[in-house]
Design a protein around this ligand. Sequence first.
Ligand SMILES: *[C@@H]1O[C@H](CO)[C@@H](O)[C@H](O)[C@H]1NC(C)=O
Ligand SMILES: *[C@@H]1O[C@H](CO)[C@@H](O)[C@H](O)[C@H]1NC(C)=O
Ligand SMILES: *[C@@H]1O[C@H](CO)[C@@H](O)[C@H](O)[C@H]1NC(C)=O
Ligand SMILES: *[C@@H]1O[C@H](CO)[C@@H](O)[C@H](O)[C@H]1NC(C)=O
Ligand SMILES: *[C@@H]1O[C@H](CO)[C@@H](O)[C@H](O)[C@H]1NC(C)=O
Ligand SMILES: *[C@@H]1O[C@H](CO)[C@@H](O)[C@H](O)[C@H]1NC(C)=O
Ligand SMILES: *[C@@H]1O[C@H](CO)[C@@H](O)[C@H](O)[C@H]1NC(C)=O
Length: 554
Amino acid sequence: MSYSNSNYATHSPALPSFLFLLADDIGWGDFSYNNGTALTPNIDAWAKRDGSVLLQDFHSGGTVCSPTRATILTGRHHFRDCVDFVYGCSDMSQCVPNFEFAPSKTFTVGDAVRTAFPEEYDGNGVFFAGKWHLGSFFNDSEAYGGTTSSPLTHGFNKMNATIEVAPTATLNCQCKAEWKKHCKFGHYHKPNHCFPEGECCFNYWWDDPMAPHGVTNLTWPTPLDDSLYLADAFSRFLEERSSSEKPFLAQISFHHCHIPFIASEKAKRDCAAGKTCRLPEKGEPLYTDQELDYYACLTELDNAVGIILRTVQEYGYYNNTMVWFATDNGPEHNCPPLGICQKADTHPHRPVEGPGSSGPLRGRKRDIYEGGHRVPGVVSYPSEVRGGNHITWETATTMDFLPTVMEMLNVERPENQRTWAMDGRSILPLLRNPTNFTWKETTEGVRSLGIAYRHHDRKVADGWGFRFGPWKYVHGSMSCTVAECQRPQLYNLDDDLGERHDLSAKHPDILANMTTQFNQWFHSVSKSRHEESKCRLADLLPLPGSSRTDSEIN
Ligand SMILES: *[C@@H]1O[C@H](CO)[C@@H](O)[C@H](O)[C@H]1NC(C)=O
Ligand SMILES: *[C@@H]1O[C@H](CO)[C@@H](O)[C@H](O)[C@H]1NC(C)=O
Ligand SMILES: *[C@@H]1O[C@H](CO)[C@@H](O)[C@H](O)[C@H]1NC(C)=O
Ligand SMILES: *[C@@H]1O[C@H](CO)[C@@H](O)[C@H](O)[C@H]1NC(C)=O
Ligand SMILES: *[C@@H]1O[C@H](CO)[C@@H](O)[C@H](O)[C@H]1NC(C)=O
Ligand SMILES: *[C@@H]1O[C@H](CO)[C@@H](O)[C@H](O)[C@H]1NC(C)=O
Ligand SMILES: *[C@@H]1O[C@H](CO)[C@@H](O)[C@H](O)[C@H]1NC(C)=O
């Protein structure tokens, strides 16, 4: 890929711009820079480019879709704002279970840029495109017994978005006959995202003051590859933005490569022929059709990311734009080679096996083990990142986006939220000195992270975890063995990235320390729900290691 300086690059705004690219259900080991099967030349080259940092200890704030999406916007663990699990918003008027994301209007990253420089970022400068999965778009959902919770009520002023799960190909009502059996893509057994009900439709919506609910939907065909629709939506947005010579903040949330991942026949043939994929080793079986769909989906995503980065470059924004790339959680569940996912097949649409790879990490999506939430992470910001080819193993997370933006723009949360808990930290010091930066030498000291997983109907056990420097506490995880599920575990990730050697018996003092730290964090989460966000579900926080909820105990 060529990044030569372009003729378009004439008037870049003085203020920085921000772009968050979020992919779906892709594992730490899936891109070719980490030995993945699909070749991802655009992402690989970007991670190595001058001004980029590859973050190898980067985490999604949640272990499933909706939770991580909340953490990007608020810089807080998702439980603090009652985004406890994956929501179904198959019915536009009402999400199931009905919920409000951050009902007390928790400060978001869109609010941050608009507060700092209202005239510069306002007027369609704060754009959300792709999979929202944090509530209903109708501005009058309350009239149907639901709650409006759209990009427009959480800091963005322009959108081109889908509600939740959608296939990676040809959204917009062009159902293929063979997809009909998948038409219940919407979560929680609601039919789908269609109007009229019963049609198979996963459509894009945007703000429209002339439309009855304040939003309108797309009425023309989308491309076979959905990531091209999003690349196109971003190009249109940036073309308009650049003509005003103003900065922007955008989040592009791809559907690639959540199930159902569907790739073009040509892309699958190219993978099978070894043009876009590593071929199976001698003696290994050929890739299955499902694997080819997944690998080709990764190639499509990589291509769309390349288009978006070139667009940023062409309009003269690249040097002064901070671009983040992450995925929302690890890959969809799988059993081999360790057979540690005996509880993974509880959902009718969930394949027990999936082709995605978390590399050497243990576990996958929904796991407290690293495979659930240690995900690909790349940040580029040439104005501040000097010298090329940086790789860091310092911890960072999707929750760091907001505090980093706040530090860059020197903006604070509103007076009444200033003392609210925030789990994220600004990574600006890391970006300025990726070679030598370590959290332990900062004034806040060693980095800690709380990790949680909850299933909406509690049929699947909760998972809890805590990270403190190299130490990792795990109490319940999707793929723990029966014996492991019953006791707290302790791992040292410096020596045991794959979390195979439980050190709880060897280091009871460290386990006790981690348990205390976890409990302190958990207490602070509970306090956030009751005293900060004050959401309706505040009392429903489950207690770790117990089937009782917070309110039942109190
Ligand atoms: C990728 O494979 C090479 C060669 O086997 C190995 O040295 C390297 O550690 C692997 N990278 C990751 C991220 O696993
Ligand atoms: C929803 O948006 C429409 C169009 O902008 C507007 O006429 C209507 O008053 C809005 N309804 C609510 C409840 O905000
Ligand atoms: C969505 O688009 C269809 C046409 O494809 C139109 O009939 C329908 O009214 C639109 N829905 C809304 C809520 O605007
Ligand atoms: C949404 O994106 C599609 C694809 O680029 C585009 O056709 C459509 O005009 C966009 N809608 C808005 C309101 O920008
Ligand atoms: C971007 O930064 C690089 C390195 O600092 C510089 O060589 C290049 O001219 C800059 N490009 C633009 C368009 O400002
Ligand atoms: C990093 O630390 C090393 C050793 O202390 C030092 O030589 C080097 O200049 C530092 N690099 C940066 C970019 O600060
Ligand atoms: C846990 O250990 C760290 C590092 O030794 C120490 O700073 C901290 O105070 C300990 N916390 C508790 C709750 O014991």
